[in-house]
Design a binder for this molecule. Structure first.
Ligand code: NAD
Length: 428
């Protein structure tokens, strides 16, 4: 069956099955890890501004907590499904394990569109979500964070409700809090910088100097802008950036052969990460079709926008010069494209390794919150660099030793660590 016919949870299970086979996991361990340990489905009643009551559906899924408390975001999305949340919770387990932080995998969601809710209604929804799962989450059980369409304000309302019920201050219960209210410095930069920490090591392994490389990037949002910033600081040149245009409802690629000026582009970018096309043209950028970013004559591709961008249909368009693909986004490459990337011998830094800087910094936030002592930005980013670099080498050394594709090596390390923890605890 083609992967297109699977839902996200079936894809996550299929990926797991492949690696479980490679690792030779026993039947009980497979059965344990193929499914979440716990799933909570609940109703959240909210008194709307017009006086009516509305019932929202909420979820929290804890895939595995053998290595530590569950960790994972809460999404607000009108098309949220339990299967998506289950898949994302499983991917969180592998992401925390591959960077070797002592946390498990979890994810949550509410079926809603926050754009159609007032601030007061959103606050009630956040507080209601906590009331429904308060017995099953907490700083030593399951630690939520922001995700799609949730932000630091939502996290603070949730923390406040948790603390009211529990009677005390538990800043380590939730991450993604505002700086000054228990948030960590460096969190904004963490995912994008993390991508480039791994990219920097990949370049070293290939014997390439950053200053002799050119890159093309998809996205100009939270992940991509900081990835571009750090890559440029290392001396690399970004010649093209692709992003979504709200007005035209399609994406465009903005190219400048002598290298983009990040600050200049950000000054004409809206809050959704879309560039003002007319202003970009005035500043001398060529405006090309949305997928032109992947066809550029560059050494490095950084897909850091959305999923399913490099596919079996378009992977043939990437230049023969490309040596490294660093996946900033979650799931930007389909399994069909993976086969071609592997055949071409391109060094792929898989998503759940490359973009694990975000969750690693969330872990640092939790540590700082629990200590009630906060580190400087330099300290946070220095620790992040060490974690990401160590994780990169663990994966690349296994890939080289066992002649594995980098994605498979990353899965093998992550799943192997979680399976070992379950075994050591006597669960299987
Ligand atoms: P964002 O919303 O800040 O930015 C997304 C960017 O992608 C925007 O510039 C937008 O214009 C662009 N974009 C959207 N659709 C596009 C399209 N069809 N073609 C070209 N560009 C398009 O999002 P983000 O936080 O930067 O997240 C990007 C990816 O990274 C997502 O897959 C997300 O799940 C993943 N991720 C994010 C974090 C984090 O800490 N923010 C952590 C791990 C993974």
């Amino acid at each position: 069956m083609s992967s297109k016919a699977f839902n996200s949870f079936q894809i996550a299970q299929a990926q797991f099955d492949k690696v479980a086979e490679y690792l030779g996991l026993d039947a009980a361990t497979r059965e344990l890890l193929r499914y979440p340990l716990r799933e909570y489905h609940f109703a959240i009643p909210v008194r709307m501004d017009d006086g009516s009551m509305k019932i929202f559906r909420g979820f929290r899924v804890q895939h595995n907590d053998a290595r530590g408390p569950g960790k994972g975001g809460i999404r607000f999305h009108p098309q949220e499904t339990i299967d998506t949340v289950k898949a994302l919770s499983m991917w969180m387990t592998w992401k925390c394990a591959v960077v070797d932080i002592p946390l498990g995998g979890a994810k949550g969601g509410v079926i809603c569109d926050p754009h159609n809710l007032s601030q007061r209604e959103q606050e009630q929804l956040c507080r209601g979500w906590i009331r429904q799962v308060v017995r099953n989450v907490g700083p030593v059980a399951d630690v939520p964070a922001p995700d799609v369409m949730t932000n630091s304000q939502h996290m603070l309302w949730m923390l406040d409700e948790f603390e009211r019920i529990m009677g005390g201050r538990f800043p380590g219960f939730i991450t993604g809090k505002p700086v000054g209210m228990g948030g960590s410095l460096g969190r904004t930069e963490a995912t994008g910088y993390g991508v480039v920490f791994t990219l920097r090591e990949a370049m070293k392994e290939l014997g390439i100097k950053a200053e002799n490389t050119e890159a093309s990037v998809q996205g100009l949002g939270n992940v991509s802008r900081y990835a571009i910033e750090l890559y440029q600081q290392l001396g690399g040149k970004v010649i093209a950036v692709s992003c979504w245009d709200q007005t035209d409802q399609c994406s465009y690629t903005y190219r400048k052969m002598k290298g983009i000026d990040l600050q200049q582009l950000l000054s004409i970018t809206d809050r959704f990460g879309g560039i003002n096309k007319a202003k970009a043209q005035e500043l001398g950028y060529e405006v090309l079709p949305g997928d032109a970013w992947m066809e550029q004559e560059v050494d490095i591709l950084i897909p850091a926008a959305i999923e399913n961008q490099l596919t079996g249909d378009n992977i043939g368009k990437i230049s023969q010069r490309v040596k490294i693909i660093a996946e900033g986004a979650n799931g930007p490459t389909t399994p069909e494209a993976d086969v071609k990337i592997r055949e071409r011998g391109i060094l792929l830094i898989p998503d759940f390794l490359a973009n694990a800087g975000g969750v690693t910094c969330s872990y640092f936030e939790q540590v700082q919150s629990n200590m009630n002592y906060f580190w400087s930005k330099e300290e946070v980013l220095g620790k992040l660099d060490m974690k990401m670099t160590a994780a990169y080498y663990a994966v690349s050394e296994l890939a080289r030793r066992e002649k594995l594709y980098m994605r498979d090596a990353a899965y093998a390390i992550a799943i192997g660590r979680v399976a070992q923890a379950c075994h050591d605890r006597g669960w299987v």
